[in-house]
Design a protein around this ligand. Structure first.
Ligand SMILES: Cc1cc2nc3c(=O)[nH]c(=O)nc-3n(C[C@H](O)[C@H](O)[C@H](O)COP(=O)(O)OP(=O)(O)OC[C@H]3O[C@@H](n4cnc5c(N)ncnc54)[C@H](O)[C@@H]3O)c2cc1C
Length: 161
């Protein structure tokens, strides 16, 4: 995930945007598969700077500082540490929007795969009409799967035409 001057971006955000309904907030796990507070919870440090230092290890420094300004630790109790941990794994963000079609890397929707032969990509309704790649309702995860789909479906159609 990247913080840009436009807002949140990067592969994780682009991936989420394929599924975002344009209304609901999204939840972001800022420290996946990690429990940051376990050690501090056991030690109960009086000095809050150890929490700041730990956050700076997993988040960009300025973001970590801003995080602590926005969500200061509410004491040194088990509850306070548990809340701090939970919040880090479920940061709720309500996007104002996306960058739209012009900046999209992949489009959801398209020609229904049920209307096509899975072997040749030919339309079941119109002989000699083939659909491949992006125009079909197939949306791959980021990371090359959309190219792969375009090439593979193109290859299949190419064998049949
Ligand atoms: C910025 C960006 C980054 C991306 N990064 C990745 C990535 O890292 N990995 C990945 O897997 N996918 C990525 N994608 C998605 C991937 O590029 C597409 O899924 C894939 O190129 C679709 O292939 P396609 O052949 O179906 O369509 P396209 O590649 O869009 O090809 C369609 C072609 O048809 C031409 N055309 C359109 N209209 C006409 C017409 N009337 N007459 C003749 N020609 C016409 C167009 O000029 C174009 O050359 C990215 C997309 C974008 C926009």
């Amino acid at each position: 995930m990247l913080f840009t001057h436009h807002g949140l971006s990067g592969p994780a955000i682009l991936q989420i945007s394929s599924y975002w309904d344009g209304r609901q907030p999204i939840q972001l796990d800022l420290a996946p598969d990690r429990n940051l507070t376990a050690d501090l919870r056991a030690r109960r440090p009086r000095d809050p700077s150890s929490w700041r230092l730990l956050l700076r290890e997993v988040l960009p420094r300025r973001f970590a500082d801003r995080w602590l300004e926005t969500y200061p630790l509410a004491g040194n109790s088990d509850r306070a540490w548990a809340d701090a941990e939970d919040r880090l794994h479920a940061w709720e963000v309500k996007p104002e929007g996306t960058e739209g079609y012009g900046k999209a890397e992949v489009t959801a929707g398209g020609v229904d795969t049920g209307e096509l032969s899975a072997k040749t990509m030919e339309s079941r309704k119109v002989c000699g009409l083939f659909f491949i790649g992006e125009v079909v309702d197939v949306t791959g995860q980021l990371g090359g799967f959309n190219f792969q789909w375009a090439w593979a479906s193109g290859f299949c159609a190419g064998q049949a035409v």
